[in-house]
Design a protein around this ligand. Sequence first.
Ligand code: NAD
Length: 329
Amino acid sequence: MKVAVFSAKKYDRDGFSQWADSSLHFIYIDSRLTADSTRLAAGCHAVCVFVNDELNAAVLQQLSELGIEMVALRCAGFNNVDLNAAKALGIRVARVPAYSPEAVAEHTIGMMLCLNRKLHKAYNRVRDDNFALDGLLGFNLFGKTVGLIGTGRIGLATARILQGFGCRLLCHDIVANPAITELGGRYVGLDELYAQSDIISLHCPLTPDTKYLINQHSINAMKDGVMLINTSRGALLDSKAVINGLKSRKIGYLGLDVYEQEADLFFENLSEQVIDDDVFKRLLTFPNVLITGHQAFFTREALQEISQVTSDNLLAFASNTTTGNELVN
Ligand code: NAD
């Protein structure tokens, strides 16, 4: 079966050549999937896509006209796919629901530690023979209250690590996860979570309900100097409100692995270009902001799982069976 792999990077090619079933014929396409690039999938039966590929109704319609019958997401989140349109067109959609929650959880904790202990600054200082400690003062994680919004696979993996640090866990989700309660985490309403948490970390999906969950109003309800971490999806927070929160010192630390307009930026080397996004560039001016370019998933173990499960999803489609990873059958 021929599969057009959009937004393909070297590590995708390496992963699929090493771990995917050899009966699948992957055609690697550097471009993102958008209305302007759908024609590159001509002659294929399926497309394989990542977080910033666009699968809105118009794109799906074009893909359907080209004979595409399946969308294989090589990620867990699916906010970029119009599932209703796919269903109406008879296009099957499958994802990799849990390739490595620990990969994202560990990056989340890495961001917390780096921001708190200012490791990014210490690294540069010591290389410059500057061993002064002024400006590097941190705080103990032990005994601090961490608010987790979203306690599915990644939220739980994050909670397990934080519990090891001796943190108090306040959690919020629309469905309680018993494993969180077993760990000692307590489910609370958002108001209590905002009012009490020293650190808030987002692990819920982007949906119409969660878009701009973090806005001026919710930021106002947080503790002064709060640490805010988003490794989930950019549009969970309103970046302009967050900039205001940083300017007013309400937000003491900000860690982002995702950004609402990241499709125009992330996964490419733009170091020789002028970046037009003033909001993004403003965020980068703050000394207490750490941004990584959607790399939380990026571990060897996760890439192996992604290529294997994507391969299984495609083979199941080819043999008219299912894997349980289907969002639209
Ligand atoms: P999951 O489905 O296991 O868990 C998500 C949790 O969020 C569920 O428990 C769900 O009930 C909860 N939720 C849904 N709506 C909510 C709401 N309105 N308020 C509070 N909680 C709500 O998903 P997961 O595997 O833990 O992944 C979470 C998110 O992480 C994904 O949706 C994706 O956006 C993001 N992600 C990011 C990376 C990265 O590299 N940065 C990698 C993988 C996933």
